[in-house]
Design a binder for this molecule. Structure first.
Ligand SMILES: Nc1ncnc2c1ncn2[C@@H]1O[C@H](COP(=O)(O)OP(=O)(O)OP(=O)(O)O)[C@@H](O)[C@H]1O
Ligand SMILES: Nc1nc2c(ncn2[C@@H]2O[C@H](COP(=O)(O)O)[C@@H](O)[C@H]2O)c(=O)[nH]1
Length: 211
């Protein structure tokens, strides 16, 4: 489970979507994106089921109270949560799962499955650039942008709870670094449960080669 968090506008959605696209070319089906449920209004560019599952507050509360969410949080005045079933299914199939969630949700995943979670915090190169990105994205009203910038101060403070930090200055470099994190994490011995079978096979082959 690879989790990206950041203050709004630092670039985690761009990075997660780019990683998903590239991985689907290189290793089809290996990486799944967790699509969250939210009570936030849909942005003009967003598509139901691709970017989010858009819910009313009542629908969200039913999902939350019936245990359908792996984690959930209130962020910028809206509810967001991770549907449990698709994540559990993907993990059971041996797929890696990518999350774009905030620090509160990250804490909940860590409490439940510490050993299976790798966390990345994305920082903007400057506060001015953070604001410029939110403005350039042109998806939120001025009031929403102002609220997200106010909330950024609180979110910044959680950077030191994460395994990796990406200062997202140059997008290509950040993406290369994110891929490097994924590649290195996949190469960890503890993440290779069938390695003993492979090594046993090597030993058998070796016996056949030695007198
Ligand atoms: N390295 C970068 N350089 C310049 N612009 C960038 C960079 N990374 C992302 N952006 C742009 O900044 C804007 C915000 O990025 P994005 O939507 O990915 O942020 P986010 O962290 O997911 O925000 P939110 O939490 O609000 O969803 C987008 O318009 C994106 O194209
Ligand atoms: N705890 C969770 N946080 C989530 C989830 N899905 C998204 N988020 C975070 O909310 C903010 C705002 O997102 P936006 O799409 O409205 O810009 C951002 O920090 C996301 O990472 C979730 O399922 N759980």
């Amino acid at each position: 489970m690879l989790v990206l968090s950041s203050p709004s506008g630092a670039g985690k959605t761009t990075l997660t979507r780019t990683l998903l696209e590239q991985e689907n070319i290189d290793y089809p089906g290996k990486l799944a994106l967790s699509v969250s449920a939210t009570t936030r209004a849909k942005r003009p560019s967003e598509i139901e089921g691709i970017h989010y599952f858009f819910k009313t507050k009542r629908q969200f509360e039913v999902m939350r109270d019936s245990g359908e969410l792996l984690e959930w949080a209130e962020v910028h005045g809206n509810f967001y949560g991770t549907p449990r079933e698709p994540v559990e299914k993907a993990l059971a199939e041996g797929r890696d799962v990518l999350f774009d969630i905030d620090w509160q949700g990250t804490r909940q995943l860590l409490d439940k499955m510490r050993d299976d979670v790798v966390t990345v915090f994305v920082l903007p190169p400057s506060a001015q650039e953070l604001k410029s990105r939110l403005v350039r994205r042109a998806e939120d009203s001025d009031a929403v942008i102002a609220q997200r910038l106010r909330n950024a101060a609180e979110e910044f403070q959680h950077w030191n709870e994460y395994d990796y930090i990406l200062v997202n200055r140059d997008l290509d470099k950040s993406f290369a670094r994110l891929r490097a994190i994924l590649i290195a994490e996949r190469l960890k011995r503890v993440k290779m449960p069938n390695l003993n079978v492979f090594v046993d096979k090597l030993l058998t082959e070796l016996k056949g080669l030695t007198p």
